[in-house]
Structures are given as structure tokens and as C-alpha cells.
Design a protein around this ligand. Structure first.
Ligand SMILES: *Cc1c(COP(=O)(O)O)cnc(C)c1O
Length: 821
């Protein structure tokens, strides 16, 4: 819906500076996502870590002319023809705009909150109701203080039903979200982790979530959950309730039975006395609960029971991830089967364009007919074409009659096919080479067949890397830093096994101050792949100074010998003021200048101008253990003194840093100017050994299953002697992939369909065997070696080693697969 800038100025009660005529269609909060600059209004949000005002220049260059700010730029004349809307708080202004926008709609709006399942319930409701209503819903899981206003802003004159998620992380946040969503129907999916000992705070949390529903006509929740039921009672709502129950037949929706089959579940119910039943193609408990929430709403909307049942049977799994995979012939595949509408296409294209440094690869979009209720096909494909052009797509492969009919709108290399089969039978897919390919299709086009054909399948063993978890861990530690403290992220050793490029790219997108690698080649690889962040080299080789100068890789310097060689090389190349990082030895006794050498070091540094100290640092020996706390404090004191001595000798600022992950957590007073984050970024808290947000999951699949009688042996040297008749599965992963031989012979287990399967016999080079006698499984089933459900710290304990070693041992031949939620 477009709105004039004057109108928006009135709505958000700002002061308009400029007054140029402008119509706004797009609201932007993340400067990197700009797409239609002329019609965009940018909200310069201030977060604890970042400040949107910093990006006004960059956006102006790209053509944005409308900004909501809390401070005006110093030189306003540098921004001709711009409108600045001045407010006290830009986030509040964004929320206020969404609130005012919401007031235009007298339609049912569903608000969904709870600890898990919000996005699934939202998407399933969409699948169940979109033939009855034109629906506007939150894209993906836009449910935050920023995501909710952006979602609600998407409602337009065609919208007949809104479905929005609300997620909170702190007390007090829900009120703002309620004012924006103003739901008429509420769903509380569930409340996670109800432990008796913090019941009090759990109830508080539950009440806070429920406050979303204060003015709802009806609320839906699990009446069997005592915490939720008692919280609803306490909340004193006057709204109607659909509390469903499997036990209490007085409840409005009584679930009589839940019958799980092999691949589907049938649920029999009574809704205000009326009997009914439906079947869903899922058997897990979460899906069953989610489906009950959905059926409650469908019944409330008086959708006929047979229609509900027919649609329930067709519910689809929600792929919440944008998967990035290696494709054949040098292609990179981005698989997005989330949904096929404009909003999700825009997000996927944005994701793709941010990977712009995929080494000069051509950008290709494979797109099916789209489905967008309430919009003419003409308008829809005009918008699709605009997106395709502005997001820099080089080639489009369209599948379906509608998109084919709109072919003339696309001004890039283009090919069209009537259906998926026709595309597969053509030569088109084989002809893709060195391209980034975004695959996005409506469900009924079955694009999974296309991705299947394009995907490179070398080895069935993969290491899955959750890039969102990396960001969550990053933010977890950032929140422990003072706002001005800088951060180095350690991406050495192939980013602790997770893969240097993708991790560095993600960190660069989140604007970390430095990346650190071990050797120069790791750094130059990152540069060649397009990483522009500052990079520090922790173990600079004497033979690689040229590489460092060429790629601006800043070396650590720990000895006079190294310093002399470096100065010599720099002078020879005519390099001046090359930044270096001085390492001090405060107790590790590995590498570094000792404090007594500082006067000499200062003299040497001052007598040349080839290199310049950018930072000075030291490394803690035992920050992850209480028993060394007094030693750690001594190290910090020594560092304080020695680094001050160095700083005092120079007029420019020298960044000081000593804390690693455990140091950040345990010695907040020792942040100095910067910290170095390693293991924590990859999800392991080195102090508690707990997993924060799990990043890496090592997975494989069962190759073959044998029934092996008692007394037989399994594997080399007859080590795996069976003392019962057993089912033995072989999996394609061995010590050459990084599975330590000491895990064999029953010392540890992996997970097959969530159950423990112990290793039998010796682990071989490329294969190992596991006992699946008591596990319901078949060939082709997934096996987890460590990860989401089996913490890497547990294996480390079994092996008497540290998680660092296990993470960095996963061999390079194991394919890394990256995904975003
Ligand atoms: C690897 C490394 C770190 C990171 O340590 P973590 O314990 O993984 O946080 C920090 N500083 C230096 C010098 C390192 O080599």
C-alpha cells in the first residue's frame, strides 16, 4: 500500500525536514536489503551494537531519499532532495506507523505466540484457509519488535485475514506487539521447558505471552497444560476460549483419540458436541499438537468438517531453511521451498544477492508460477520482473503457463517451460555451469526433483552448519561486551571445522571488527572469495609476507626475529605503515615478547615506518577454569602494565585485547578495547561445557543392514564379538572422516532415529558398524554422529579430549552444507 511522505510524517508525529514529494511503498530497516530505493523509507534504528544512521550515506548513494532519523546528518546539504523525518526514537516510530496502518483494517487477525511451533502453525493455517480468505502473514519468522511492524505493514486493501507471529525475549515487550497486531483471535502454541523449580518465572513468562490476547474475541490453547490453563484463569480474559483437551470432555474441543500409523496420524474429536476426525501426514507429537491448534481455528471459522479433513491430509512440511548446497559443474544451489509468494521471493533474492562475491558466478533463478491470492497475474509478474531486475539476476528459467505468458516482461537471458517434466527433459539443467542457482517453486511444481538432479552427491556424509546459530552465538557474546568493545572472530582451522568462507561471510555481514586465521594462505583464500573485513594472521610464515601485503592480511608479531624479517620485506616492497599486532607473553610461554623486552621493542618500532602497531594482545592460559583464576588475574595485571607501556610510547591508539571466549564470560573487567571469540561462536561454552546454539551436526546414512548371529564377530581383527543375535548397520564414515578410532568397540554411540546405536568392533578408515538391534530403522535412514541431539562435548568427554579437537578433526572431504532458518 503506498503512502505519501506527508501522511507518514503525520502518522508518526515526526518533524519533516525537506518536504519533497514522495510516495513510499517499502519500509527498510536493514540497509543491505535495499531494492527499490526511490519508493523506500529507511528507518535508522539504533541497536545496542549498531546504528542505522551510519548507513545513510551508502543508501543515499544507492538512491534512497527518505529517512526516519533521531539525529540529523551534520551536513544536510550533502543530501539534496531528501526528506528527513526527525523523531526521538526510530524504533518507536516504526512501531507507531504499523499501529496506525493496522487501524485501517476491520478484519479478523490471528496472533500466534508461544515457545515453539509459531511458524508452522502460521503456515499451516495459511495452507488450510487460503482458499477462503486473502491472507497477509508474517514472512518466515518475522516476529520481533522490528519484524512484527514490518509484517503488519504488508497488509493491503485486498487483505481479508491477517496471521502474525509474536516472539518476545524480555518481559514487557508483548504490549508493544499487541498494539501493532491487535489480534482478534489468539493462539498460544505452548510454553517450553516447564520445570517445577522455576514455575514461578515460567508462569510470569506465560502471563506475559498471554497478554497478547487481552482484547481477543477468542483464544486457543492446550487445556491439558496446567501452567497455561492456570495462567489463562489468572489473566481474567473475557474472551471466548477454545481450550482443547485429551482428558476433559467438558472442554469445547475434546480430543477423543490420537492413532499413529506408520506415516500418518488420525485424530478423532468432538467440537461442541459434534464428532469429527482428520488425518495428517505426520507422526511426531509437535505436528499433532500444531494440527490441533489449526483445527480449532478452522472449526471456529466454520469451515465444513469434510473440507477441513481433506485439507489436513495435504498439509505440507514447512522447510524453514534456505539451504545452500554444492551443485554439479561448479554451481552453488540455493534451495528455497518455503513458499512461493512475492515476500518470500524477495527474501530469497536478497539472500542470494548478498552472496554477490560468489566469485563472479552468474546468477540464475528457476521460478515456477507463483501463487498470490487477490492479485492479478499481470501485476504479480510485473512485480516479479522488477524484483528480478533490481536484484541482479542474469538468467531466469520460468516454469508454468502464467510465468511463460509474462515472458516479455523479463529483460534478462530467459527460458520458459510449461511444466517441470519439460524442463527436466530438456538440456537446460545440464547446461548450468559455475552459476549460483536459486530454486524456488510452488509446491505442486515439485521442484525437489530439480534440486535432486542438480545436487552434487559425492559422499553421503555431511557436516551441517547452522548459520543462524553462529549469529545467535555471536550475539550472545556481544551482549556481554560493552557497546564500544570491538570483537575479533577466530576463523582459524577452517573456522573450527565449520568452513572458513561461509562463516566469514556471515560474520562480515554482521560487521565484526576482525577475522583471525592461522596462516597467510587461509587469509588470501578468504580475500579471493570476496571477504573484505580486516583479517589478522596469527602464525605468519616468513615465506608469506608478500601475500600478506598483497591481500592486506595483518600479521601477529611475537619476536624480534620475525619483526626484523617483516620490516625488511616491507621496505623491499615499498610498503609503509603496515598494521601489525604485537603479541605479549604473560604466562603461556608459547609465543610473544616478554614485558622486559618492551623498551627495546618500542625503540625498534619507532626507528622505522614500514610497520605500525595496530593492536597489542596476550592469550590467557586457563580462563575456562576456576582453579587458575588467581593466575589469570596475574596475567591480566601483567598485560595491563606492559600494554600501557607500549601505548604510552605512541600517539595513535593501539587496540588492547586479552580475552578469549571463556575470558569474555568470566572476566568482564578485562575486555580492554577488544575480545577474541573462538569456541563460543561455534556453540560450545568452554566453562560449563554446555552447548549454546548448536552449529555443527555431523550426519550420515545407513548403507546396509545385516542380521548377524550371536558369537560372530564384526569388523577387522574380530574385535566386535556379538553376545546376542544382532542387527548390524554399516555407515559410510570412518577415521579418515574424523571419527576417532577410540570411539569404537562399544565406547560410544551415535543416534539412529533418535536412539543410541553403539559402535561395534574397530572403526575402519571409511566405514564403521553400529548395533541397531533394538532400533526401528532401515537402509537409507539418517545417523547423527554429533550435533543437534548428541552434544560434541559428550564425545569429547568419552575421548578424554576437548571439543576443539573433535570439531577441527572433521576431514575436508566431508561436505559442508549450510543453512539458514
Ligand atoms: C584460538 C585463539 C583464541 C580463541 O580461543 P577460544 O577459547 O576458542 O575462544 C583467542 N586468542 C588466540 C590467540 C587464539 O589462538
Amino acid at each position: 500500500m503506498s503512502s505519501s511522505i506527508e501522511n507518514i510524517n503525520k502518522l508518526i508525529k515526526s518533524k519533516l525536514i525537506g518536504g519533497y514529494e514522495s510516495n513510499i511503498d517499502w519500509i527498510l530497516t536493514d540497509s543491505r536489503s535495499v531494492c527499490f530505493p526511490e519508493e523506500t523509507l529507511f528507518f535508522a534504528l539504533k541497536t545496542k551494537r549498531n546504528d542505522g544512521h551510519k548507513y545513510i550515506d551508502e543508501l543515499f548513494e544507492k538512491g534512497v531519499r527518505n529517512f526516519v532519523v533521531s539525529t540529523l546528518p551534520e551536513k544536510k546539504d550533502n543530501y539534496p532532495n531528501c526528506n528527513f523525518l526527525l523523531v526521538n526514537d526510530t524504533l518507536k516510530a516504526l512501531q507507531l506507523l504499523a499501529e496506525k496502518h493496522r487501524e485501517n483494517f476491520q478484519i479478523p487477525v490471528i496472533g500466534i505466540t508461544g515457545s515453539n511451533g509459531k511458524t508452522i502453525v502460521k503456515e499451516w493455517l495459511y495452507q488450510l484457509l487460503n482458499e477462503n480468505y486473502v491472507i497477509t502473514r508474517s514472512p518466515r519468522s518475522y516476529n520481533s519488535q522490528i519484524g512484527v511492524p514490518l509484517s503488519v505493514w504488508m497488509m493491503n486493501e485486498n487483505t481479508e485475514l491477517g496471521i502474525f507471529e509474536a516472539g518476545i525475549s524480555e518481559m514487557g515487550e508483548m504490549e508493544e506487539l499487541r498494539n501493532i497486531i491487535r489480534p482478534t483471535i489468539g493462539i498460544l502454541t505452548n510454553i517450553g521447558g516447564a520445570h517445577q523449580e522455576n514455575f514461578f518465572s515460567m508462569q510470569e513468562k506465560c502471563m506475559e505471552k498471554l497478554s497478547l490476547f487481552k482484547d481477543c474475541d477468542v483464544i486457543v490453547y492446550n487445556g491439558d497444560n496446567e501452567l497455561i490453563s492456570s495462567s489463562v484463569l489468572k489473566s481474567l480474559f473475557t474472551s471466548r476460549e477454545i481450550a482443547w483437551s485429551t482428558k476433559d470432555n467438558e472442554r469445547p474441543l475434546f480430543i477423543e483419540s490420537i492413532d499413529k500409523g506408520d506415516n500418518s496420524t488420525t485424530i478423532t474429536y468432538r467440537y461442541i458436541g459434534m464428532p469429527g476426525k482428520y488425518t495428517i501426514p505426520f507422526i511426531d507429537d509437535a505436528s499433532i499438537e500444531n494440527s490441533i491448534h489449526c483445527v480449532s481455528i478452522a472449526l471456529y471459522f466454520m469451515i465444513p468438517q469434510d473440507v477441513i479433513a481433506a485439507r489436513m491430509e495435504k498439509l505440507e512440511h514447512i522447510a524453514m531453511r534456505l539451504e545452500v548446497k554444492e551443485g554439479k559443474s561448479g554451481c552453488v544451489l540455493i534451495n528455497d521451498s518455503y513458499n512461493s509468494d512475492l515476500a518470500s521471493l524477495d527474501i530469497a533474492l536478497d539472500f542470494m544477492s548478498r552472496r554477490s562475491d560468489d566469485k563472479g558466478k552468474k546468477r540464475t533463478l528457476i521460478l515456477s508460477d507463483m501463487f498470490q491470492t487477490g492479485q492479478s497475474s499481470k501485476l504479480l509478474y510485473r512485480q516479479v520482473a522488477e524484483l528480478v531486475h533490481s536484484r541482479g539476476i542474469d538468467k531466469i528459467i520460468g516454469v508454468g503457463d502464467d510465468i511463460q505468458a509474462a515472458s516479455s516482461r523479463f529483460d534478462v537471458e530467459k527460458y520458459f517451460f510449461q511444466n517441470t517434466q519439460q524442463l527436466i527433459e530438456s538440456e537446460m539443467l545440464q547446461s548450468l555451469k559455475n552459476e549460483v542457482v536459486l530454486i524456488k517453486g510452488s509446491r505442486n511444481f515439485h521442484f525437489e526433483e530439480i534440486s535432486d538432479l542438480l545436487e552434487l552427491k559425492v559422499h553421503e556424509t555431511i557436516l551441517e552448519i547452522n548459520l543462524n546459530a553462529i549469529v545467535d552465538n555471536l550475539n550472545y557474546y556481544r551482549n556481554k561486551l560493552k557497546p564500544e568493545t570491538k570483537l575479533v572472530c577466530m576463523v582459524k582451522a577452517f573456522a573450527y571445522g565449520a568452513g572458513s568462507f561461509e562463516i566469514s561471510k556471515t560474520l562480515q555481514d554482521h560487521r565484526v571488527d576482525y577475522l583471525a586465521v592461522a596462516v597467510a594462505d587461509e587469509g588470501s583464500e578468504l580475500r579471493k572469495a570476496g571477504i573484505t573485513s580486516s583479517i589478522m594472521i596469527m602464525n605468519p610464515e616468513l615465506s608469506a609476507f608478500k601475500t600478506m601485503f598483497d591481500y592486506r592480511l595483518e600479521p601477529e608479531v611475537y619476536s624480534f626475529n620475525l619483526l626484523e624479517e617483516l620490516i625488511k620485506a616491507a621496505e623491499k616492497e615499498g610498503v609503509t605503515n603496515f598494521p601489525i599486532h604485537i603479541k605479549l607473553d604473560t604466562g603461556m610461554h608459547r609465543l610473544g615478547f616478554i614485558p622486559e623486552e618492551i623498551p627495546e621493542l618500542i625503540r625498534r618500532l619507532k626507528s622505522q615506518n614500514a610497520v605500525i602497531p595496530r593492536s597489542v594482545f596476550s592469550h590467557l592460559v586457563g580462563s575456562d577454569s576456576d582453579q587458575f583464576d588467581s593466575f589469570t588475574k596475574r596475567q591480566i595485571e601483567t598485560f595491563e602494565k606492559a600494554s600501557t607501556e607500549l601505548q604510552d610510547a605512541f600517539s595513535h591508539k593501539i587496540i588492547r585485547h586479552i580475552c578469549n571466549t571463556a575470558g569474555i564470560e568470566r572476566f568482564p573487567g578485562a575486555q580492554f578495547d577488544m575480545c577474541r571469540l573462538g569456541l563460543g561462536l561455534y556453540g560450545v561454552d568452554p566453562y560449563t561445557n554446555k552447548i549454546l546454539h548448536n552449529v555443527s551436526t555431523l550426519k550420515t546414512t545407513i548403507l546396509q543392514i545385516h542380521d548377524v548371529p550371536k558369537e560372530e564377530t564384526v569388523g577387522y581383527s574380530r574385535k566386535g564379538k556379538l553376545n546376542r543375535d544382532s542387527r548390524i548397520a554399516a555407515i559410510p564414515i570412518g577415521y579418515a572422516d574424523g571419527v576417532d578410532r577410540h570411539l569404537g568397540n562399544g565406547n560410544a554411540y551415535c543416534l539412529v532415529n533418535g536412539q543410541k546405536a553403539y559402535y561395534v568392533g574397530n572403526i575402519c578408515m571409511d566405514v564403521c558398524m553400529i548395533d541397531v538391534t533394538d532400533i526401528d530403522c532401515k537402509e537409507g535412514d539418517k545417523v547423527e554422529i554429533f550435533g543437534d541431539n548428541l552434544p560434541v562435548t559428550l564425545l569429547a568427554e568419552k575421548l578424554g579430549t576437548i571439543p576443539y579437537e573433535i570439531l577441527t578433526s572433521v576431514s575436508n572431504r566431508v561436505k559442508r552444507v549450510y543453512y539458514h532458518d
